[in-house]
Ligand binder design. Structure first.
Ligand SMILES: N[C@H](CCC[C@H](N)C(=O)O)C(=O)O
Length: 287
């Protein structure tokens, strides 16, 4: 029987089970992840995050073996290249459990490549989310969901992991969506996709800064509907800005069911800002 110390945490109610496994001693399997993420028989979470030194897992050539690797898993036991909300909680976790000081920032590794993390103070963190690729021509796909027929045009956005963003006309339409069933994306994305539905709500000035405002819901690849998705918020900000055309803001506040995150768009990367909360620590014995 293996007993593990765990931490539960969330970023805008995107919840995770976090494990500190600095030397990669834990044989983390999809079955173990599904147990840990199980909301009834396990601890419950949208994903599982292991903090491990890159070198312990035989990181790829060129990776700093001492860098922390954010080993992110979806609740169904699949893995993803990146998790934006998870990266903020990962930062709070490294401060609390690994004695890291993030005020000066930290480079860390993910399956999608190197990323950066910095504490903003007050339980808030900023994540350098890496580069992005938008589909061609404004809309390059179609998405059908329960409560949304016929299929609506969508834009594919790659922010290290795959997303498809659908523009809706109203908050009422957004709230009427039934995301208990996975939306259908055409053309079918070979590796699956995270699907976001967004309503643009205009612009506002925050602390003297012009920002766009959007509200979204998400059906995540490997986790189902979640209360928030950081990479999804970046995909939504990129899509809404491209649809708004020249002169649209480069900073977007994205309202998710679990709170609000801020996305800053630069020519070659995005930055995600938002809160991270560590809720509890404990011990769990694996079946
Ligand atoms: N909740 C995560 C997204 C996880 C992405 C995962 N569902 C996938 O790409 O398979 C976030 O805050 O970015």
């Amino acid at each position: 029987m293996t007993t593990l110390r765990f931490t539960k945490g969330h970023g805008t109610e995107n919840g995770f089970v976090l494990l500190l496994d600095e030397h990669g001693d834990l044989d983390l399997t999809p079955e173990t992840v599904r147990f840990l993420a199980d909301r009834r028989a396990g601890l419950g979470g949208d994903g599982v995050i292991r903090a491990v030194r890159s070198g312990a897992l035989g990181a790829g050539a060129g990776a700093d073996p001492h860098a922390w690797f954010m080993d992110y898993w979806n609740s169904d036991g699949s893995t993803s290249e990146m998790c934006g909300n998870g990266a903020r909680v990962f930062g709070a976790f490294l401060e609390a459990e690994a004695g890291e000081d993030l005020a000066g920032g930290l480079e860390f590794a993910t399956r999608g490549g190197p990323r950066s993390l910095v504490s903003l103070g007050g339980g808030r963190y900023a994540i350098g989310m890496g580069g992005y690729i938008l589909g061609e021509g404004g809309f390059d796909s179609a998405v059908e969901a329960r409560g949304l027929t016929p299929p609506r045009p969508a834009l594919s956005v790659d922010v290290g992991n795959p997303h498809h963003v659908v523009a809706l006309a109203s908050v009422e339409e957004l709230e009427a969506l039934d995301l208990t069933v996975a939306p259908a994306v055409t053309p079918h994305p070979r590796a699956g996709s995270n699907v976001e539905f967004v309503v643009a709500l205009g612009e506002r000035v925050v602390d003297g800064e012009r920002r766009g405002l959007a509200r979204m819901r998400v059906h995540e690849r490997g986790s189902g509907e979640t209360r928030s998705c950081g990479t999804g918020a970046c995909a939504v900000a990129l899509a809404v800005r491209s649809w708004a055309g020249d002169g649209a803001p480069d900073v977007w506040d994205v309202e998710v069911p679990g709170g609000v995150v801020t996305v800053r768009i630069a020519p070659d990367h995005t930055v995600l800002e938002g809160p991270a909360v560590l809720v509890a620590t404990g011990e769990v014995t694996l079946p």
